[in-house]
Design a protein around this ligand. Structure first.
Ligand SMILES: Nc1ncnc2c1ncn2[C@@H]1O[C@H](COP(=O)(O)OP(=O)(O)OP(=O)(O)O)[C@@H](O)[C@H]1O
Ligand SMILES: [Mg+2]
Ligand SMILES: [Zn+2]
Length: 527
């Protein structure tokens, strides 16, 4: 007898419906799986057989069982088809009526005792359900993430036995649902705060600009100056995630299988902090079973590369495309997968191998050649994509001991929020651009109007300080963010939407922006 079950497979962060067909006939006893299965799917035969027997059902051992996974041109990976294949065998064998399975999509990995294990990609799978299939049977561990897709009925099960009883109407399972407002009301809480960091006003200001306009930033400073400490506090000054942002991030984690079952929803801004020994594939995504890399796990958040020169130069090269396109494309046989990758890149490094070049108190013992070699480890094209480079100095004992109360993350965050709202209005009709840092020359022309004085200063700086043409655009974008910050902070939030969205950049905005281009001036001849 022939049986058919609808299942689904997550490919990248999208999903495809898969038909699982099972035919049981007389003939030489054997189980064959066709339809481009990988090794894990082929190995499922024995698992399924054991799970069916151990769940108390009869397995047709003396029959010929043909399992077809369609369409045949999609490579079927992983153990996600265990449950639909087992159910299809039980339908074909007469344990379940075919009518009872028609409206369901079924996914799940089976243990030998018939218990279900979590699978990857439950959220993209729920989001990909269409037509008449709007009901999903899946392992209980994946219920939360799948239920985020509100127009799909999610039925969580613990075992094959439970799934069969439910389909036969012998057991009731309540549809699983989550309250989205509960998730979003979950205010972001962090154990760290900007007020932990004493002094460093210049660096704090630069970081606020970076987050406000989504500019990539590099911090250069001696050991112990607080670079890592500051970077780790960056998520605390971002605006709360919107529902759409949170859903995009959760989708990536669902596809990677890194969601905790009791969470199901990522509501914290990503802060990814990969070690410098990371491989190109782990950073950008890919591999034999393609997975999103750190750039995608940092989507809508921060990718922090601490000790930048320690990273392998070739590994850093893979950042170039995602930084430009805000997505990563992984090519595979017969298919191309695209993962989102829109993040702010934050890097930190010492100015030289000993760490004290340019320090006010400690002497640097590195030769010029040694410093040059150290700096040359950083990929030029990567540096080109970083808007801001700043020097972070060490605190003096006096600054460190001062009893001055530092500004809290919450206060900074409120300001960042306003500047981001202004940009949202500005770029409402501009496709794929949300923040100042993302402007192309066309938008720079339209939105970076400046006073004559500002233009004069910019031209003078280009000439005197030998800035490159590339730096010219970057300075304008940073100056745009600085002017936006000044504009919104001088008026009440209510008035923001009424503001002229292109208040001209002034010369003091340009002169401040110039300070955030430390590497344009020759690093070694600074002092
Ligand atoms: N401005 C500051 N306010 C309070 N504590 C600070 C400050 N700067 C540094 N510290 C203290 O010094 C420690 C070291 O700072 P951090 O690790 O951030 O330095 P770093 O610049 O990353 O150094 P390295 O170059 O060695 O990585 C912090 O954990 C913190 O305790
Ligand atoms: Mg550090
Ligand atoms: Zn040195």
């Amino acid at each position: 007898m022939l049986a058919k079950i609808t299942s689904s497979l997550c490919v990248g962060i999208e999903s495809s419906l898969i038909e699982v067909e099972v035919d049981i006939s007389s003939g030489l006893p054997q189980i064959t799986i066709v339809g481009l299965p990988d090794q894990a799917v082929k190995e499922s035969k024995d698992r399924i057989k054991a799970a069916i027997k151990n769940s108390g059902f009869h397995f047709p051992s003396r029959k010929k069982i043909l399992i077809n996974l369609a369409p045949a041109d999609i490579k079927k990976e992983g153990p996600i088809f265990d449950l639909p294949i087992a159910i299809a065998i039980l339908v074909a064998h007469g344990h379940i009526h075919p009518k009872h399975v028609e409206s369901f999509c079924i996914i799940g990995e089976l243990a030998l005792n018939g218990a279900l294990r979590a699978v990857k990609g439950a959220l993209p799978i729920a989001m990909g359900l269409k037509g008449t299939i709007k009901k999903l049977i899946l392992p209980i561990y994946n219920a939360r993430e799948a239920a985020l897709q509100q127009n799909v009925a999610v039925y969580p099960v613990r075992s094959l036995e439970e799934a069969v009883h439910f389909l036969n109407g012998d057991k009731t399972i309540t549809q699983f649902s989550v309250s989205l407002s509960n998730y979003l009301q979950n205010k972001q809480k962090y154990p760290v705060d900007f007020s932990d960091v004493r002094g460093q006003l210049f660096t704090k200001r630069a970081l606020e600009i970076a987050v406000s306009g989504a500019h990539n930033i590099l911090m250069v400073g001696p050991p112990g100056s607080g670079k890592t400490m500051l970077a780790k506090r960056l998520p605390t000054i971002f605006p709360d995630l919107t529902y759409d942002e949170a859903l995009e991030i959760t989708k990536v984690h669902s596809a990677t299988g890194t969601l905790k079952s009791h969470h199901g929803f990522i509501s914290l801004r990503p802060f990814r902090f990969p070690h410098h020994t990371i491989s190109a594939i782990a950073l950008a995504g890919g591999g034999p079973i393609p997975k999103p890399g750190e750039v995608s796990l940092a989507h809508n958040g921060i990718l922090f590369l601490d000790e930048l020169p320690e990273f392998n130069r070739n590994v850093l090269e893979v950042l170039r495309l995602p930084m430009e396109d805000k997505t990563v494309t992984v090519a595979r046989i017969k298919q191309v997968m695209t993962f989102p990758a829109s993040f702010i890149l934050v890097c930190a490094m010492n100015p030289c191998p000993c760490g004290f070049f340019g320090d006010r108190k400690k002497e640097c013992h590195c030769s010029t050649a040694k410093i040059e070699k150290y700096l040359s480890k950083i990929s030029g094209p990567l540096l080109d994509r970083i808007d801001m480079h700043i020097e972070v100095g060490r605190l003096t004992i006096k600054e460190f001991k001062s009893d001055h109360t530092e500004e809290s993350s919450e206060k900074i965050r409120q300001r960042v929020n306003q500047v981001r709202q202004l940009q949202e209005e500005r770029f409402r009709n501009t496709k794929n651009i949300h923040f100042n840092a993302q402007m192309n020359p066309k938008e720079i022309d339209a939105f970076c109007t400046r006073t004559n004085k500002a233009q004069e200063l910019l031209e003078l700086a280009m000439k005197e300080l030998a800035f490159s043409a590339r730096a010219y655009h970057k300075i304008l974008k940073i100056a745009r963010t600085i002017r936006d910050m000044k504009t919104v902070h001088s008026c009440t939030p209510r008035h923001i939407s009424l503001l002229d969205k292109v208040i001209p950049i002034e010369s003091d905005d340009i002169s401040e922006a110039l300070q955030y281009r430390g590497l344009d001036r020759n690093w070694l001849n600074r002092s």
